[in-house]
Design a binder for this molecule. Structure first.
Ligand code: AMP
Length: 357
């Protein structure tokens, strides 16, 4: 089943902090990481054993990379389909690109989820003004217009409060295909970090409860303030998704919890996820180690949580005063990114406390 041997090499597409934390987890298991990314300034490459700096459509570089590794994984979902096709000629790519393709397009994602009987915000595909007017008629306001592709951290999204906002909202899409979502009056946002091994075994972490500021994740706390039934339903939804995709690896599943406890899936991320960083300190086996295990074909680890945890992102200049941060009684993670810029994720903190539930 193409298992990466102990002492083998895992290829990672992408250069950011998620790749960095994956490479560190791989190293702990005695597996070398080989990073492939077009950006020469790579936080991931600085902790990896090899780095190929090349474009995602550079066939020669991709072939050489594929021949140097035992399996390939990704730290972001927007890997071009063609990149995976080339790599798959030589080496297993996990998760499979069908999961990446679904997660790259909010419409494909919603169609997939609804087909599984999984609830989402009501939605309509929108390519032009006429389609937007019809979508607003069908869904009402408030609603949110989002680009179908390449949206992250709340970017590429416009709130539509009244039908009069439509013209301006469609202008802000700059001609990109979009999706209109009915606004969900959620009580809270949670996410499940789910894992699936190559033999189909599954393991989910406790749901985390997420808060955002300016569209960017601010904190994740565990346990989430939800009852046991909602918790179990959230895990069941995540498991249904990874099974339906015949998925290998870790996936982040973001959900809205409505006041009556109904769960709606907002987004799936076929990779390790910011809302799972708490697992580095909160569990014996983090989401990063879990992902490395899964994509290497190794047995999954225990997802048991031994403490309560609050993870806080360090955004922009919040990480500049690292001396003060390291004096606090919480774990400090700095991603080794050069200059801080507003909105850039520079690191995170995790504070543990005794487990209450
Ligand atoms: P997204 O990029 O889709 O993850 O959206 C970023 C954030 O915007 C979410 O975490 C929610 O806080 C909010 N949001 C997105 N879609 C909706 C929706 N349909 N209804 C209400 N809030 C939403």
């Amino acid at each position: 089943m193409n298992i990466v041997p102990g002492g083998g090499t895992l290829g990672i597409l992408g250069s950011g902090q998620l790749g960095r934390m994956l490479a560190i987890a791989a190293a702990r298991l005695g597996i070398d990481a080989h990073i492939y990314a077009p950006d020469p300034d790579s936080p991931a490459a600085r902790v990896a054993s090899r780095f190929t700096c090349a474009a995602y459509d550079d066939r020669t570089a991709l072939e050489q990379f594929a021949k140097s590794v035992d399996a390939v994984t990704t730290e972001f979902e927007n890997v071009p389909a063609e990149t995976c096709t080339i790599l798959k000629e030589y080496v297993p790519v996990r998760p499979d690109d069908n999961a990446l393709e679904i997660a790259q397009d909010r419409v494909a994602e919603k169609i997939f989820l609804n087909k599984q009987g999984i609830g989402t915000a009501p939605w309509r595909a929108v390519d032009d003004t006429g389609m937007l007017d019809r979508a607003i008629n069908a869904l009402g306001t408030p609603a949110i217009l989002k680009t179908r592709r390449f949206g992250y951290d709340g970017k590429g999204q416009v709130r539509i409060t009244t039908p009069h906002d439509a013209a301006d909202a469609i202008r802000q899409m700059n001609g990109a295909p979009a999706i209109l979502e009915g606004f969900v009056p959620f009580e809270r946002e949670i996410s499940v970090i789910a894992a699936r091994g190559i033999d189909g075994t599954r393991a989910c972490y406790d749901p985390g409860e997420n808060s955002h500021k300016d569209g960017i994740l601010r904190t994740t706390k565990v346990p989430a303030d939800i009852n046991t039934q909602t918790r179990n339903e959230a895990l069941a939804v995540a498991e249904k998704i990874i099974d339906a995709l015949d998925y290998t690896g870790v996936m982040g599943v973001e959900m809205f919890v409505e006041p009556d406890g109904t769960l709606l899936v907002n987004e799936i991320a076929p990779r390790v996820h910011n809302t799972g960083h708490w697992t580095l300190e909160g569990c014996a086996i983090s989401q990063f180690e879990q992902h490395v295990r899964a994509v290497c074909g190794w047995p999954l680890g225990d997802t048991h949580r031994h403490s309560n945890a609050v993870m806080t992102n360090l955004i922009g200049d919040e990480a500049d005063d690292w001396q003060a941060l390291t004096k606090q009684s919480q774990a400090v993670h700095l991603y080794g990114k050069g200059a801080s810029r507003p909105g850039r994720k520079m690191g995170h903190l995790t504070r543990l406390s005794p487990k209450t539930q």
